[in-house]
Design a protein around this ligand. Structure first.
Ligand SMILES: Cc1ncc(C[n+]2csc(CCOP(=O)(O)OP(=O)(O)O)c2C)c(N)n1
Ligand SMILES: [Mg+2]
Length: 347
């Protein structure tokens, strides 16, 4: 009897495995324009955040500041497929998502430095910025909360029958949160147009996935709700683009929610105050030298002679100018007046 139970349990697991995982589509073949766009967009995120790291070190940015450096291909590849009206929502590691959605680097930097010209008038800081106009819904400090809110966005899309999709990002650690599964249940039940992107950067603060996750294959996290998942090389912007194209199509066809697990890595500590003693320097160095998302694109551009080193230097210079301009703008923007403490308050 016990043997029979074991056998049927393992059969069930096989069925779940089939249900849960869709093989990742082959990485897209990029045109010259797409390679250059990906290079430019990822470089902007990287240089912007390096500058933010510097300003933090100089005491110009207070509070929390979580850098996305290393993970740039994830948001860049997804954004390349998004259409007008599709929304994005994420946690606190959010600067890259804002820039990818077209928010102004000046306004983002001014918010980081707590100035009046910031997207939240200097009152939100790094973790709390929004732009309804650009369909970016934050910026959330409560781990996992954005997944429920993103599911609400998907519900609104379906209710309004507007054809749009909400893309909710969360980390590997957040994927253990209860409300994530409540959201999965409702999204599957109502076949909501929701993409759940789990950015698996291998750590939740200082805790590695091996120590925090019972199921290490995060693409399988929707299995009990019948939500398919795809595990994607999140360091290769072309792989991200193909998988997200598939996912957007899945949602737009009315097939309900889908999970994309992005295998990625953050080079910096969890936040600016984390010395990252839970991993070796070699581990970080290996990822940087072997899988860096920007370097991969650069090597393809040069290898396929889509542009020369000099052409790329021109782009690098333009990006540096945008970032320096954003930092100057932010530092010259006034701090909010004390009276701002009483605005935007819900009573
Ligand atoms: C509900 C809740 N619990 C705990 C925290 C503290 N906390 C902030 S970030 C974090 C780790 C999350 O890791 P992960 O989801 O993998 O995202 P990553 O930082 O790697 O992008 C924790 C536990 C929080 N902000 N909210
Ligand atoms: Mg993580």
């Amino acid at each position: 009897m016990a043997a029979r139970t074991r056998k049927s349990a393992s059969k069930k697991a096989d069925e779940h495995a089939l249900l849960g995982s869709i093989p990742a589509p082959a990485p897209a073949k990029f045109s010259k324009d797409e390679e250059l766009k990906a290079y430019r967009d990822m470089l902007l995120i990287r240089r912007f955040e390096e500058k933010a790291g510097q300003l933090y070190g100089m005491g110009q940015i207070g509070g929390f500041c979580h850098l996305y450096i290393g993970q740039e291909a994830v948001v860049t590849g997804i954004q390349m497929n998004m259409e007008d009206g599709d929304q994005m929502i994420t946690a606190y590691r959010d600067h890259g998502h804002m820039l990818a959605m077209g928010m102004e680097s000046r306004g983002v930097m001014a918010e980081l430095t707590g100035r009046i010209d910031g997207y939240s008038r200097g009152k939100g800081g790094s973790m709390h910025m929004f732009s309804r106009e650009k369909n970016f819904y934050g910026g959330h400090g409560i781990v996992g909360a954005q997944v429920s809110l993103g599911t609400g966005l998907a519900f609104a899309n379906k209710y309004r029958d507007n054809g749009n999709v909400s893309v909710s990002f969360c980390g590997d650690g957040a994927a253990n949160q209860g409300q994530v599964y409540e959201s999965f249940n409702m999204a599957a039940l109502w076949k909501l147009p929701a993409i759940y992107v789990i950015e698996n950067n291998r750590y939740a603060m200082g805790t590695s996935t091996k120590r925090h996750a019972a199921q290490l294959d995060f693409s399988m996290r929707g299995v009990s709700f019948g939500i398919p998942g795809i595990q994607v090389d999140g360091m290769d912007v072309r792989a991200v683009k193909s998988a997200s194209e598939y996912a957007l199509d899945h949602c737009k066809k009315g097939d309900g929610p889908i999970i994309l697990e992005m295998m990625t890595y953050r080079y910096r500590g969890h936040s600016m105050s984390d010395p990252a003693k839970y991993r070796t320097k070699d581990e970080v160095q290996k990822m940087r030298s072997e899988q860096d998302p920007i370097e991969q694109v650069k090597q393809r551009i040069l290898g396929e002679k889509m542009a020369s080193e000099d052409d790329l230097k021109v782009i690098d210079k333009e990006i540096r100018e945008i970032v320096v301009d954003a930092a100057d703008f932010a530092q010259n923007s006034p701090e909010p007046d004390a009276s701002e403490l009483y605005t935007d308050i819900l009573l």
